[in-house]
Unconditional design. Sequence first.
Length: 533
Amino acid sequence: MASRQLSPDTPATSSTPTPVLLQSTLDDCNLKPCSHLAQVLGTSAKDTVLRNYTGAYRVSILNNVTQFNPPQFRIIKTKSKLDKSKILQLKSHSPKCTQCANVIGKNFYCLQCAHVGCWNKQHFVDHAKAQGHVFGIDSQTGLLFCFKCSCFISDPSLDFAREEIDKSCNTPLGNTNAAAASPANDSTGVIATKKGLIVPDEEDLKLIAKYSKTVSGKASTGLRGFVNMGSTCFMSTILQTFIHNPIIRDYFLTEGHSKCGKLRNECITCCVDEIFINFFTSNDRQGYGPVSFLNAAWRKNKLLAGYSQQDAHEFWQFLVNQLHQDLKPDARKPSDPHFRCQCVAHQCFASDLQSSIKCSQCGTITTTVDPIIDISLDITHSDDLKGCFHNFVKTEKLDIKYSCNNCQERTPASKKLSILKFPNVLAIQLKRFEHSNQSSKIDKYVSFPFYMDMNPYSTSFQSTGVSDPALNYELFAIVCHIGTVNTGHYIVCIKDSQGRWWKFDDSVVVMLSREEVQNMKAYLLFYGVHKLA
């Protein structure tokens, strides 16, 4: 990689190139020293540099705890076990950007002082220019980055320090095939039984507390609107349902998509990740303009390009599919009968719908199971959600004769639907728009409960009569369409973690009473499992 001079003596201009950050691991790269590092290590400051680097490398291991599989860790001193959740709590206190308190993505620890700077907003670059401190330790990999050479570097003394730490916890970072072994006798604290972890000592924790900034209460709520960039309310309402979806929110806030190698405008999920960073780390309450997301969406789906209004439900389906395409971890073909995608989109919305057809001649019942991610309900014959579900699962006669494989006759038959497997988040569309000879909208009010027992509509309950307490759902998001089928506007109501309801009308966010929410004419409803196992 070509070197680039970065000197605090020369003011940066708009033409100054941004350093390129490469994804590197300790087992797939051969990093070389640079002249700047060699110069520092040749002075009396060498011992201080190595001590600072060793401490930062230990913290970087802690930051990678989400990649460790064991649910429990072991404290060497007491031999007692420690749940992974406790380690994650400790990770939440790890150093954040000194300027913006960024907690998501890549930060750099200054090798020469206690400054922490983020990569997303180039705050460490600013620090390097202002102070001349050009060495930063990557918070995710522990590698050293020279902001003068614009590349990762190393030195035999740094390699030795990393190796000693890796040996003590029995896992080199980046080596995902490290064999399990007994924990080493290390006095630093916590160690995984299979993949190691070192917790900073008391002195390290004091430095972390002194030079870290806690994300403000405003930022931690994620309550922020979107700027309408030209009939984009359909997009912003759906994004709000993702931002406040507990499963999707937790995925992105635990850096689930922090190491994607694609360009941002080629990856929808990278753009969603950028939105989460802005919503949960910034104190700015002004409307946010998702420019990168809009650009990527236009690239992925040409029908979205332009400034015409789109259907929010169709956009929701598009976004779920894009998350699946970007995140699917399993290369097996869906034809595998045991295949079950583990991407966050499927973990959240995937369910199975069972269809049973009964022959009136011989009584044979033929069942088929189809994977679904949402349920669309007809509202023409019911004024409440439970009634719509009752009509959805009730037995109905087929309009055409059925060819029975058992009696080999074409006879009348009946069909019944039921939900075989339920999702963690139940997405419901109320069919308000009809597109037959002429497009029209059903603008009637359909009542809905804040809590929904889905047992009456499950395959298991219909066959055994036994209720499953896990099928109790809680409403957390409502998308509404205001206006006519051709000209209208979307708003969304969101329930926060404190049980308060908020209305998002583009960039305007206001609190609603429970009664105001209850009177909304819902188009899309999102229910989450009341208690996740």
